[in-house]
Write a protein that binds this ligand. Structure first.
Ligand code: ZN
Ligand code: ZN
Length: 586
């Protein structure tokens, strides 16, 4: 199941790079917000029709029966679709639109230009065989309760009817892939076979399909599995063949900068962010050593402090990390923590927070578990319930040594930072504001750097406002946690643009960011198969802090942190750059 989870994550990330055309006859110039809203509604529906797989992940509820054959014609049709809608968009008078629609306009413009760039310049469809995988969307159709099971299975049957054509097109599209993405495609597609195994059999048993419908579905599932196996064999053969040529997984400076521009949407260049991350690392080390010296007698009595500052810091971190809850108390502790965090943001008047905000702490559902100790589940753009979940792993069910290592990493201090980041006032609270803004464009094309940047921003904001009473242990652990965010940037940009070797990266993460071997291996792998995403946390937080400073200056005596938060969050999950322009009145 481990690979399966990864399939879904990637599919969600990549879904924004796949588009194609539908009918829209409104090329006449128009202005005014009602016309713009009508345009958005028309666009969104044809966007899902163009991208049926993405519609499934978004929970749109329509076009699930369609499986788009990913051939050259479909790539062209995606580009045509984007160009056509870009033209329609440019028919609107930007200046006449409301603030909210101005942001939507810019999000859509970036989305359309980005789609063309992804297809024509980045060409991931040629070198990344892992973009071809039907497992995740089929899993969603079977398990997502958007319609009665019997109906879902009929939809699945239509969806997979063309699976062989899908994988045949995929094989044709691939040209000189990277070895890393070929490996990934093999693993993930093998994982997808599970979807058509016992999970499907069980669902069929519970359904009221007719015998003929069952037979057809089972036949198609068998053919889909064959198609996946054929694809996997072709990739494995490519990997085994000494004469195969693979391209370097490093995309290089030019493409990285362009991707940075489309994915993050910021005025900072990738290099500027890299330089800031290097400076942040140095600053954190300085602060950490100061705290280590201060705490040394408390934890090490009269033992001499090592001359090597990084070694001294590491010893202090290891000592403090021994303070952690037992696996049995993890869920109780976190539940209480979230409650305390809620009260804290009210007492300190940091948000116009209303305690009816639906946030539930729950044991992580089985299909998500195994990857991380805790996570936020946000409500999707079409989810009517509007409940955000803070999912906690049940560590009583994992081997003792593994749980111990997880709990040292998420000790009494970092566990609080995790809850701030994932839940309150990080992801779950931001997601709630985003839902409240009720903008479908902002929800569908949510900006990852804004979302992650917000969660990172709140970590320090809470400590600055007195959460944990300035405990030196908490600050030390906070800096350790923050090293991860700046080292993500250094790792990503370093590998992709500066040719950093695996050894460079491993050494940095181990000795300068104090990470564990398993964590380092996972991070390095992630940095070889993704680009830019690892920069989003640090970049987003950097932008939010800069915006807050500028906003404070602008407002003068009228400034309050609560007002800043309320305003900032009211725009939904839009790029920080667009929000900045509006908040600063440019
Ligand atoms: Zn322990
Ligand atoms: Zn996050």
């Amino acid at each position: 199941m481990k690979y399966l989870i990864f399939v879904f994550v990637l599919a969600a990330i990549f879904s924004c790079s796949n588009n194609k055309p539908a009918s829209d006859n409104s090329n006449q110039p128009a202005s005014g917000d009602s016309l713009f809203s009508a345009f958005e509604n028309r666009f969104i529906d044809s966007y899902w029709k163009q991208n049926p797989s993405s519609a499934i992940y978004a929970g749109y509820g329509k076009y699930y029966d369609i499986l788009k054959i990913p051939d050259a014609a479909s790539v062209k049709s995606d580009v045509d679709f984007s160009k056509k809608y870009l033209d329609s968009l440019h028919g609107f008078d930007y200046a006449s639109l409301s603030t909210n629609n101005k942001i939507d306009y810019r999000i859509l413009e970036n989305q359309f230009n980005g789609t063309t760039w992804y297809s024509d310049t980045f060409k991931q469809q040629e070198w990344d065989p892992s973009v071809y995988n039907i497992g995740g969307e089929c899993y969603e159709i079977i398990n997502n309760n958007y319609a009665p099971l019997t109906e879902r299975l009929k939809t699945l049957s239509s969806h997979i009817a063309q699976a062989d054509a899908y994988y045949a097109a995929a094989t044709t599209m691939i040209h000189e892939p990277t070895k890393e993405h070929t490996d990934l495609a093999v693993k993930q597609n093998k994982g997808s076979l599970e979807v058509f195994g016992s999970m499907l059999q069980d669902s069929i048993k519970k359904s009221s399909l007719t015998q003929a419908e069952k037979d057809t579905l089972l036949q198609r599932a068998i053919r889909a599995k064959q198609a996946i196996n054929t694809y996997v064999s072709a990739l494995e053969q490519m990997l085994a063949d000494k004469n195969s040529t693979f391209r370097n997984f490093r995309i290089g400076d030019t493409l990285f900068n362009q991707k940075f521009k489309y994915d993050i949407v910021t005025d900072y260049s990738a290099r500027e962010i890299f330089d800031k991350a290097v400076a942040a690392k140095k600053y954190y080390h300085g602060e950490m050593f100061t705290i280590t010296k201060q705490l040394w007698p408390k934890y090490f009595a009269t033992a001499a402090i090592p001359a090597d500052t990084l070694q001294a810091i590491k010893m202090m971190i290891d000592k403090i990390a021994l303070n952690h809850v037992s696996p049995e108390h993890l869920v109780d502790t976190i539940t209480k923590q979230v409650n305390d965090l809620r009260h804290f943001i009210i007492e300190k008047d940091l948000f116009a927070y209303d305690t009816t905000t639906p946030l539930k702490v729950r044991i992580m559902p089985a299909f998500m578990s195994g990857a991380t100790i805790a996570s936020a589940s946000l409500t999707g753009p079409y989810d009517k319930q509007g409940v955000a979940y803070y999912n906690i792993s049940d560590l009583t069910k994992v081997p003792k040594a593994e749980a111990e290592s997880d709990l040292r990493e998420h000790n009494n201090y970092t566990l609080q930072i995790l809850s701030i980041h994932e839940a309150m006032p990080g992801h779950d609270l931001q997601g709630w504001y985003s839902n409240k803004s009720r903008s479908i464009v902002k929800a569908v094309f949510g900006n990852g750097a804004m979302i992650e940047g917000w969660a990172v921003y709140t970590q320090r904001m809470m400590l600055d406002n007195g959460w944990a009473n300035n405990s030196p242990e908490m600050w030390l652990m906070f800096y350790k946690w923050s090293l991860r965010e700046c080292c993500n940037v250094i790792t990503d940009y370093g590998i992709q643009c500066l040719n950093y070797s695996k050894e460079d990266v491993v050494k940095m993460l181990k000795y300068e960011a104090f990470q564990e071997d398993a964590q380092i291996a996972e991070k390095y792998h992630r940095a070889t198969i993704s680009q830019v995403q690892l920069c989003s946390y640090f970049t987003g937080a950097t932008e939010i802090n800069a915006l807050r400073d500028a906003y404070q200056k602008k407002k003068g005596d009228a400034y309050s942190l609560k007002d800043f938060h309320e305003k900032f969050l009211s725009y939904g999950s839009a790029p920080v750059k667009y929000i900045s322009d509006l908040m600063l009145g440019q």
